[in-house]
Design a protein around this ligand. Sequence first.
Ligand SMILES: NC(=O)c1ccc[n+]([C@@H]2O[C@H](COP(=O)([O-])OP(=O)(O)OC[C@H]3O[C@@H](n4cnc5c(N)ncnc54)[C@H](O)[C@@H]3O)[C@@H](O)[C@H]2O)c1
Length: 334
Amino acid sequence: MRAQVRVNPLRLGFLGVGWIGRNRMNSLVSSGIGYPAAVADVSRESAVAAAREDSLVLGSLEELVGCDDLDGIVIATPSALHAHQAVKALESGFPVFCQKPLGRNAEEVRGVVGAARKGDLLLGVDMSYRFMEPVRIARGLLERKAIGKVYAVDAFFHNAYGPDKAWFYDPELSGGGCVIDLGIHLVDLALWFSGFAPVKDVKSCLYRQGKRIRGGCGEVEDYASVGIDLGDDVHINMACSWKLPAGCDALIGMTLYGTEGALSLQNVNGSFYDFSLTENRGTGKEVLFMPPDPWGGRALIDWAQKLSKSGSFDESIEDVSVVADVLDAVYLNS
Ligand SMILES: NC(=O)c1ccc[n+]([C@@H]2O[C@H](COP(=O)([O-])OP(=O)(O)OC[C@H]3O[C@@H](n4cnc5c(N)ncnc54)[C@H](O)[C@@H]3O)[C@@H](O)[C@H]2O)c1
């Protein structure tokens, strides 16, 4: 049995400590709220490199769930493994924080959320962009109707490089290409900003190396243009890509157009990490936020803060199922 009363720092088990697993672990340790009591990776070298002084070094989820003094499990393995591993961890009684995507499709995502609900266990997913300071400011302004009624959202996420690991390019292992890798953040933010208004229609055009492809064709897309209609007459126009000749490392942005103005979130100088926020009126704009803002680990820290109070199921995780439905429709309606 896991400890009934959790004391800081939380004793957490980390499964998969490649690039993002290490990055998030470092943020969590710096926050002081959690500690990698156990680190598991199929690569022993990676596990040893990530482990702290008194972390247990393990090789699998099976060994991790055998550690009954952990407060929760943090998963950052390749995408195809998330759903199965998260369900196993939850069914073993552990609260879970998982990298996005939680599953390769909505059925997998619902399976994990259902397991968390059944076990009354806290489940978190790393929808990291929600935790940027300019996003927090924008959401507050939208709640106060600062730009009137929002009717259109223009969003893009172009990564001039594309992933450097082979598994991202195999749909069986990744669930898809740039849409499930990058577009997922845009869909999540746009729906979250809209208060998860019902999705009425989704249309998409997918490309692979300049050729039009269909979802489910066995190839992953490297360019996507997607249109999403929400109830209340809101239209979302979204594009995302890998390896686009963007003229810089990345082009990332989202502008929300309202009847009385616009809010525009943009990456600064092609950065993956630095974002500005402006409020636009006609041809004028006011800068509301400029970097720096170290936001990368905040979703995990937020989950850990909730866990330190209660490890119970949190209804708000249902948002990931709605986002997964949209991504399914992007692949189905291409
Ligand atoms: N939230 C975000 O913004 C964000 C950003 C980057 C990556 N991600 C997601 O994080 C996940 C990992 O991405 P990455 O770039 O760190 O990949 P990665 O390949 O660098 O890391 C994956 C790690 O998992 C390990 N692993 C593989 N199979 C395993 C198993 N069965 N058990 C234990 N360990 C196993 C690998 O050895 C590796 O160390 C992906 O799903 C990706 O989409 C999310």
